[in-house]
Ligand binder design. Structure first.
Ligand SMILES: Cc1cc2nc3c(=O)[nH]c(=O)nc-3n(C[C@H](O)[C@H](O)[C@H](O)COP(=O)(O)OP(=O)(O)OC[C@H]3O[C@@H](n4cnc5c(N)ncnc54)[C@H](O)[C@@H]3O)c2cc1C
Length: 486
């Protein structure tokens, strides 16, 4: 048999095999740093880095609200892993469980379902567990059926299409109830994901409404529901209060100390007793660690994060490492005893750097470094030209904060290529009018052809001809939530 493209002769085992689970912030940056340090060994086949990830790209999540608003194209919010990690093996799949005693991970790949051969085992010497987090949901009736998440680029673009589609429905219907439900947008959770997504989409929808002959901006009803007494805790209490005032000034109904009790049949019921129909319910009420962690047999905290040392090693376990949203890392910069680093990108990127250094140090038999970082602050965008920031204890708001937000994220988005493309898009957006079309039909690209070819429409088959509304179909308040699109 011929050697593979990296020069490894068949049957020869690399001296060190690193398995990275997840291609997000931690996964990509850890693999990138290891790749730089081990380049010669990777090319000669003496070392191997395998990255297992469900998508072939890393998502720059802080740009999702702007992608939803149409200020940045979806493909510029993601970083292609195969291009960045040229000397690593990128496997598109999901780790199902890990047997760390045997140093093996069980992986289902895209091909698993096709060839019917079942999951594959990937052997490793060092494992980096970076599967991040998933939406933290509650058993609210109707949430699973009608709620829309906001963690992936598919969800952000699906939500954009859905919001614009609601304006089209409201404009076309003669039923005032359908119109009210279409023009009511409810966001649950006042963290930066929820607040930024709501603020950007409200801004975009208000702008889009000027192109509808029968919709006024004041017809749109936006509601932010937050269980605690404040929003955006990351920017501090004073700035949080400022954001509440700013959103209310835009006619956004901010309801603090309020919970979503039910959204069955698209009727939203809140803990303050109010009840109203809404066709859009976005759930951004926090995250919980990836469920994969429970299938690793490694020590977890009560909240399900991997118990780690400050050196980012899984506590009491050799050759297993973690960081980011999946890991409970002691916060050495906090005076509070037992504090853990918060699940955010600031920590994830910096932890990935220390994590890669520590793997290299451990391979070389050198001492490990502890992770320590004091947050420099937080920035949030509240729509075009509006923002809020807390930088080294200084509060900034309005246009300057929005500029800081843009500059900060432009400096942070990975690769020069992405930075240039994002900057070009922002510049073009400043020169031309905003895009206001919904490309919701991208979600079912075969529907038109299936109808033309006379396929039997099957409403139960996603993407089938029957999945798409036909002329004469009225908008139904019972329609399901949007699915993902590219
Ligand atoms: C809308 C939004 C806006 C945000 N804005 C900010 C911000 O402004 N500032 C900030 O600091 N933070 C922000 N965050 C938080 C930040 O994005 C996360 O803290 C960060 O992504 C965590 O990095 P991670 O590597 O731990 O996880 P992720 O980046 O989520 O990566 C996890 C990866 O693991 C993969 N994976 C999951 N399960 C498996 C499996 N079984 N097998 C293989 N791979 C798997 C996932 O597909 C993903 O690729 C935002 C988050 C969201 C959702």
């Amino acid at each position: 048999m011929a050697p593979d493209s990296r020069g490894t002769a068949p049957g020869t085992r690399p001296a060190v095999r690193v398995l990275v689970v997840g291609g997000g912030y931690v996964g990509m940056y850890t693999a990138l740093r290891l790749q730089r340090a081990l380049r010669q060994r990777l090319r000669s086949g003496d070392a191997e880095i395998t990255v297992v990830t469900p998508e072939p790209y890393m998502t720059y999540q802080p740009f999702l609200p702007e992608a939803a608003a149409g200020s940045i194209s979806p493909r510029h919010v993601v970083v292609p892993l195969r291009r960045v990690l040229r000397d690593c093996k990128v496997v598109i799949g999901e780790v199902e469980h890990v047997d760390h005693d045997k140093r093996t991970a069980t992986v289902t790949t895209l091909a698993t379902g096709e060839d019917g051969t079942g999951a594959v085992g990937i052997a490793y010497d060092e494992i980096v567990l970076a599967p991040g987090s998933v939406a933290r949901t509650l058993p609210v009736p109707g949430l699973a059926e009608f709620g829309i998440g906001f963690k992936t680029v598919e969800e952000a673009i699906g939500l954009r299409n859905h919001v614009i589609e609601q304006l089209d429905i409201a404009s076309a219907t003669r039923d005032p109830e359908v119109r009210d439900a279409a023009l009511t947008f409810v966001f649950v959770g006042g963290g930066y994901a929820g607040v930024e997504a709501l603020a950007e989409l409200e801004d975009m929808a208000r702008y889009a409404s000027r192109y509808y002959h029968n919709i006024l901006p004041s017809d749109l009803r936006w509601i932010l529901v937050e269980a605690s007494g404040r929003i955006l805790p990351e920017v501090g209490p004073a700035m949080g209060r400022y954001v509440v005032g700013e959103l209310r000034g835009r006619n956004i109904d901010v309801r603090l100390e309020t919970r979503l009790d039910s959204c069955e049949r698209r009727i939203v019921q809140l803990s303050d007793g109010s009840r109203f129909p809404a066709r859009t319910l976005v759930w951004t009420a926090g995250v919980r660690p990836s469920p994969l962690l429970a299938a690793t047999g490694l020590p977890l905290t009560g909240r399900g994060r991997l118990r780690c040392t400050a050196a980012l090693r899984v506590e009491g376990v050799e050759h297993a490492w973690s960081a980011g949203d999946a890991a409970a890392v002691p916060d050495r910069a906090s005076a509070e005893p037992g504090a853990e680093t918060a699940p955010n990108a600031q920590h994830a990127v910096r932890q990935a750097k220390v994590l890669a250094q520590n793997i290299l140090a451990s391979l070389a038999g050198q001492p490990l470094t502890d992770y320590r970082h004091r947050s420099a602050g937080s920035v949030a965008s509240l729509g075009l030209h509006k923002g809020v920031a807390q930088v080294h204890g200084r509060a900034v708001k309005g246009y300057p904060a929005w500029l800081i937000h843009r500059m900060y994220h432009l400096s942070r988005v990975p690769t020069f290529n992405r930075k240039a493309r994002v900057l070009a898009e922002w510049t073009l957006a400043g020169l031309f009018k905003r895009e206001i079309v919904s490309l919701g039909s991208l979600e079912h690209p075969r529907a038109e052809f299936e109808i033309a070819a006379g396929a039997d429409p099957d409403p139960r088959r996603p993407g089938g001809a029957g999945d798409r509304a036909r002329p004469g179909d009225g908008p139904s308040p019972d329609d399901g939530p949007p699915t993902s699109s590219g």
